[in-house]
Design a protein around this ligand. Structure first.
Ligand code: ATP
Length: 375
């Protein structure tokens, strides 16, 4: 279940085995699922050994905006270099908006300001019954979407829009540097998996996407060991549903990746099962792909698995034998717990609370470690 190819850039590799993690729990269910991810991290740390973690909570999000007038205060942003990684819950609330009408999205600001271009979105089916697709067993759906996360169709998202004007535009920005670096990251990931990389674009219609494809084809020459293909984004939506097993690693621009990640999450149980990492050359943010789900916030029923698996991705990114082992323990425990169809939160048809599911996953960790069934 390889999900991150490279660990941290050699330049920032550290000598100490203590990792400082900034927690940004955020809004809605963010704090609930982040708390369970930290519990799982601590359990894996204690069991696997060989490293330690320290956490500190920082405030950002719609709630912070209501308090201070800024969803990502500079006093928070400037502290980021003190940490080895950021674990984020979820941000934004539908009723808290900028005057122009859009929601607060400090998580997007973080991606852009920290240059987190490599958006890694693993899609893995733990149990046949969790997929709406017929006849798929655990592990049959196992691919990773690599979403460019700093440009693409999100590039003009901050340009003010005159709502009374007769037209509005957004710009799909693809730069050579932006395309090359995310495509290389996807190739490197494919080399650690089944060595297949699919470019998802719209090169038949959009010039920016024809450019993206030309960069892809050129970079592909550097990786002769990886089999490649091109799929238009509309066809990708179809193939995700009727042939998901054809995919290993998929690379695409920002907006297509945003949409396809949610579709892919639906194949494996929903947003509560969709972890993610946004990785740059220096910094990385790990967060569940879901939003703040205000409709269920505070009820204790949010699915913590996406957040827990995101924490495991963070351990992979630290890239030592000990942290990779701990990540494998977490994923193995999720896999073990999910083999029992009853162990689910409400979003997946079960009755467990957020805390009960996290507790079951933590409880499964010692057996996973002893049996070597890490994932
Ligand atoms: P965003 O725009 O920030 O991505 P969104 O409004 O599209 O957010 P989510 O907050 O991700 O949507 O929620 C989509 C649906 O999935 C909602 O019905 C929500 O309750 C449900 N959901 C999301 N995350 C979870 C979770 N961890 N556990 C249970 N249900 C969840």
């Amino acid at each position: 279940m390889r999900q991150i190819a490279q660990g941290r850039n050699e330049v920032v590799k550290k000598v100490s085995d203590c990792y400082r993690i900034a927690l940004l729990p955020g809004d809605g269910i963010g704090p609930e699922v982040t708390a369970e991810a930290v519990r799982a991290l601590r359990a894996a740390e204690a069991l696997a050994g060989g490293f330690s973690i320290e956490t500190e909570e920082l405030s950002a999000g719609a709630g912070e905006y209501l308090r201070s007038g800024d969803p990502l205060p500079e006093s928070v942003f400037e502290r980021i270099p003190e940490f080895d990684a950021i674990l984020l819950g979820a941000m934004g609330l539908p009723e808290v908006r900028w005057p122009g009408g859009v929601e607060m999205t400090p998580q997007l600001d973080l991606r852009e300001r920290l240059d987190l271009y490599n958006g890694v979105r693993p899609v893995y089916l733990f149990h046949a019954d969790d997929s709406p697709l017929k006849g798929r067993r655990a592990g049959d759906i196992d691919f990773v979407i690599v979403r460019e996360s700093t440009e693409g169709l999100f590039s003009t998202r901050k340009v003010a829009c005159d709502l009374s004007a007769d037209a509005a535009t957004d710009t799909m920005l693809i730069t050579r540097l932006g395309a090359e670096r995310v495509i290389r990251a996807a190739f490197k990931l494919a080399l650690t998996r089944r060595r297949r990389l699919t470019l998802v674009d719209k090169a038949n219609v959009l010039p920016s996407m024809a450019y993206f494809r030309s960069v892809f084809d050129r970079v592909a020459g550097e990786y002769p060991g990886v089999e490649t293909d091109h799929v238009y984004v509309d066809a990708a939506a179809l193939y995700f549903v009727n042939q998901p097993e054809r995919f290993d690693v998929v690379v695409t621009e920002n907006m297509f990746g945003d949409i396809l990640s949610d579709l892919a999450a639906a194949l494996v149980g929903g947003m509560g099962m969709a972890p993610s990492a946004d990785i740059g050359d220096r910094y990385a943010v790990f967060q569940p792909s879901h939003g703040s789900a205000p409709g269920i916030a505070g009820m204790g029923i949010a699915n913590p698995v996406a957040a827990i698996l995101s924490a495991a991705m963070m351990l992979d990114w630290f890239d030592t034998a000990a942290t990779r082992r701990a990540a494998g323990v977490i994923r193995g425990a999720v896999s073990g717990v999910f083999s029992n169809r009853a162990a689910r939160t409400r979003d997946m048809g079960g009755t467990m609370t957020t805390g009960e599911l996290a507790e079951a996953i933590i409880g499964a960790m010692p057996t996973v470690l002893e049996s070597g069934r890490t994932a």
